[in-house]
Design a protein around this ligand. Structure first.
Ligand code: OOG
Ligand code: MG
Length: 255
């Protein structure tokens, strides 16, 4: 029997101190179920330190992301209050192991959502949509992991920046997304790269949180997952994402 609380402590400490650790799978391959238990246990440690759960993130919802990390399954993780970065604000590179940034779409929830729901039901529970940046940071050496590793590591969650909210009447099916670093284009894509339509990521989020006995709650943020590969972060970078018709979101990287 794997010691799941001990693994949760290792990963939580790795995240808290920004020190990479060996892949758990090297010694203890985890089933997805056990890996989600580790994730829940590691989040309990964060909540005990005063962080609040503020939503969830979906990961590996685009082919570009699956190809970048070599894992082909959609995953989810929990977002906490400590991960929030103000729009246009700064983040410290030193607080992370090897952070990367991703262009995303965020849903802001106004009603509870959980279990098997249709796209229409999911949309009815959304207050607003927004351009978003996600900062990911694997707690494993070289950003390498298998499915169990990345689930246990809270799907590499590290930070997020939410841009100006837009009404849900806005069609988000196929919006151009341009990620720039210091004004130069780093990645371009479309919101359609996210499971064919970002709303499908919200439907998947409702289903996946339910398997953990949880729900999406009013006020929650749900990140749909990156439309393109992630870009490594370095001090001095000014990062911006422009989403066609939806607006822009930016963050600056400090030492
Ligand atoms: C896993 C998290 C992926 C996304 O948007 O696809 C993710 C990773 O790539 O480390 O956040
Ligand atoms: Mg992401």
């Amino acid at each position: 029997m794997a010691d799941l609380p001990a693994i949760a402590e290792i990963l939580d400490e790795a995240a808290r101190t920004a020190n990479a650790v060996a892949q758990i799978s090297e010694t203890t391959p985890l089933t997805s179920d056990d890996a989600y238990r580790v994730q829940a246990l590691s989040l309990e440690r964060r909540y005990a330190r005063g962080e609040r759960r503020v939503g969830v993130k979906m990961g590996l919802t685009s082919r570009a992301k699956m190809a970048q990390v070599g894992v082909d399954d959609v995953v989810w993780g929990r977002l906490t209050s400590a991960m929030r970065i103000e729009e246009g604000g700064h983040l410290s590179r030193a607080a992370f192991v090897h952070p990367r940034i991703e262009p995303e779409i965020a849903f802001l929830m106004k009603a509870p959502l959980s279990g098997e729901v249709s796209a229409m039901e999911a949309l009815a529970a959304v207050e607003a949509v927004a351009p978003a940046l996600e900062v990911i940071d694997s707690r494993y050496h070289d950003f390498r992991f298998d499915l169990g590793d990345v689930i246990a590591d809270n799907a590499s969650s590290a930070g997020f920046v939410i841009g100006p909210p837009a009404p849900v009447s806005h069609d988000i099916a196929n919006l151009g997304m341009v990620l720039t670093v210091n004004g130069h284009v780093a990645e371009t894509g479309s919101s359609a790269a996210i499971m064919g339509h970002p709303l499908r990521a919200l439907v998947a989020a409702a289903r996946m949180v339910a398997t953990a006995g949880e729900e999406l709650r009013p006020g929650d943020i749900v990140l749909a997952g990156a439309a393109t590969a992630a870009v490594p972060l370095m001090p001095g970078q000014a990062i911006a994402l422009q989403v066609e018709g939806l607006g822009a979101v930016a963050v600056n990287i400090g030492d």
